[in-house]
Design a protein around this ligand. Structure first.
Ligand SMILES: Nc1ncnc2c1ncn2[C@@H]1O[C@H](COP(=O)(O)OP(=O)(O)OP(=O)(O)O)[C@@H](O)[C@H]1O
Ligand SMILES: [Mg+2]
Length: 470
């Protein structure tokens, strides 16, 4: 809540000038008129002399902000506020009150009013509050419309994006999904290869059949053959039961060979044979059986250079790479960052039942300039962490880890401060950053910054950081 400031020389934000519809509700004509005079240059202003009249106007006109007198005959301001919020909770309301009625104004805020101003009011303070309330409404609307856009226009299966690069990926998926063509997905870690593999399967005629994933890097070398092709009982020590392999499980569906670059060389030969002959042989079976499987593989390593080092078979590479699909790193498609950030914000706000409304401009500009070495996964993990730990309505820049927010320039910031102040500021940022990295765990944070746990707790107390979760 802002008290009217005297001699406030700050410039009033006018970015939304003339874009807001304001309704002034007051039973006193002189007040209505003076407020109208103040605001009508910048906004569309309407007047009402009672609550009843106000409600009728709100029902029939697009009103963004209501300046509402608390004390009025017939229905009082608090009742009118309740009615307004019932009609459209997104309409902002600023209460006008006499100093003696501040208690009521506080109640109004609890009921959803944006703020209150006391009579007689300070002109600049009023203009500032009006501009801020309208800015808040604009932000909310923007977020809501962005959400709608994400859910419809810029989403393909579960893949979000609007850059030319990602649109090209959508186009290829659409084109190849219907065929049985073998696909090789390449791209750095976290760029969405697995997501794309699912999208291809979901758009293919095999969509009702299984999508089976094998992470070639996660299966021990001596088990990969039986993992892929299965084994007969007794075929090797420990094979007490017959096992069906992933290829057989995926029969008539899709198999996703993730991290194909980690496939051991002897297995590469067997895989090649499977692809060529469209049949598999269980370990110890002595005969082959036909399989009909669509193969999508993925790698974040450079297979061509692995071929040169004799670590990957060239003939297998050409078999797998019938249709190459490359997922560009996030830093090469920065237009996707705001969409993705909002997409994850909505997803995690829902998941953790948090009421976070959006990402501030300042935060977003930092998110879009950062290079994201971990790509979309890194962005997703960051937003998840911010949502879980966040306690403010918007994701603020000071919540970002220092590598994204950038180091505040200590010299220029300190120019107008005493040394003690500058050191304190740095210490706060430093400790906040460390706490952020460890998810707020004191012990781990102390270890990270190389001090004893008690020293950290003492510093926090001194710096006023206590109990504020980062
Ligand atoms: N365009 C996108 N839209 C929405 N979510 C995305 C997008 N790209 C990636 N993600 C999400 O980012 C995370 C990482 O994606 P995914 O697992 O597909 O990456 P990957 O390329 O397979 O990474 P790795 O090589 O490390 O296995 C997942 O949670 C995924 O849902
Ligand atoms: Mg993956």
């Amino acid at each position: 809540m802002k008290k009217p400031k005297k001699n406030n020389k700050k410039r009033v934000p006018k970015a939304n000038a003339r874009s807001g519809h304001i309704l002034i509700v007051d039973d006193e004509k002189s007040l209505r008129d003076s407020m109208q005079m103040l605001l009508q240059g910048d906004y569309q202003v309407q007047l009402a002399k009672s609550g009843k009249e106000a409600i009728a106007i709100i029902k029939n006109h697009p009103i963004d902000l209501v300046l509402l007198d608390i004390r009025m005959p017939e229905i009082d301001g608090i009742e009118v506020l309740k009615l307004i919020k019932k009609i459209d909770p997104s309409i902002e309301v600023i209460m006008i009150t006499a100093v003696v009625m501040v208690k009521k104004a506080v109640e109004a805020i609890r009921l959803g009013a944006y703020d209150y101003i006391t009579k007689p009011f300070d002109i600049e303070a009023l203009q500032e509050q009006v501009a801020k309330a309208l800015e808040k409404r604009r932000l909310l609307r923007e977020n809501a419309s962005l959400r709608k856009i994400i859910e419809t226009e810029y989403q393909f299966e579960k893949i979000v994006g609007k850059s030319q690069e990602i649109k090209e990926v959508f186009r290829i998926i659409e084109e190849v999904a219907k065929s049985n063509a073998t696909i090789l997905l390449t791209g750095e870690s976290g760029t969405g290869k697995e997501l794309v593999a699912h999208a291809i399967h979901n758009r293919s005629p095999r969509q009702d059949k299984l999508f089976v994933t094998v992470n070639c890097a996660a299966v021990p070398e001596n088990l990969i053959e039986s993992e892929l092709f299965g084994h007969e009982r007794g075929s090797f020590t420990g094979a007490t039961e017959r096992q069906i392999g992933k290829f057989e499980i995926a029969n008539s569906g899709t198999i996703f060979l993730d991290e194909i670059g980690a496939m051991p060389l002897p297995m590469q030969a067997k895989l090649l044979r499977t692809i060529q002959n469209k049949e598999i042989e269980r370990v110890g079976a002595g005969y082959s059986s036909p399989v009909d499987v669509r193969i999508i593989s993925a790698t974040n390593s450079d297979l061509r250079s692995a071929i040169k080092k004799y670590k990957f078979r060239e003939d297998l590479f050409y078999r797998l790479n019938v249709i190459p699909v490359h997922l560009p790193p996030l830093r090469e498609r920065k237009e996707d960052i705001p969409l993705l950030a909002n997409h994850f914000l909505n997803k995690f706000s829902r998941e953790f039942a948090k009421k976070i409304k959006g990402i501030t401009k300042d935060t977003m500009s930092k998110l879009t300039t950062y290079d994201w070495p971990g790509n979309v996964r890194e962005l997703e993990n960051l937003i998840e962490r911010l949502v879980v730990l966040g306690q403010t309505e918007y994701l603020e820049r000071d919540r970002l880890p220092v590598e994204i927010a950038g180091q505040p320039s200590p010299i220029s910031a300190a120019e107008e401060q005493s040394l003690t102040e500058a050191v304190k500021k740095f210490e706060v940022a430093f400790i906040k950053n460390a706490l952020e990295k460890t998810g707020g765990k004191k012990g781990a944070t102390a270890k990270l910054i190389g001090v004893h746990r008690n020293t950290l707790i003492n510093r926090e107390r001194k710096l006023g950081l206590q109990d504020k979760r980062i």
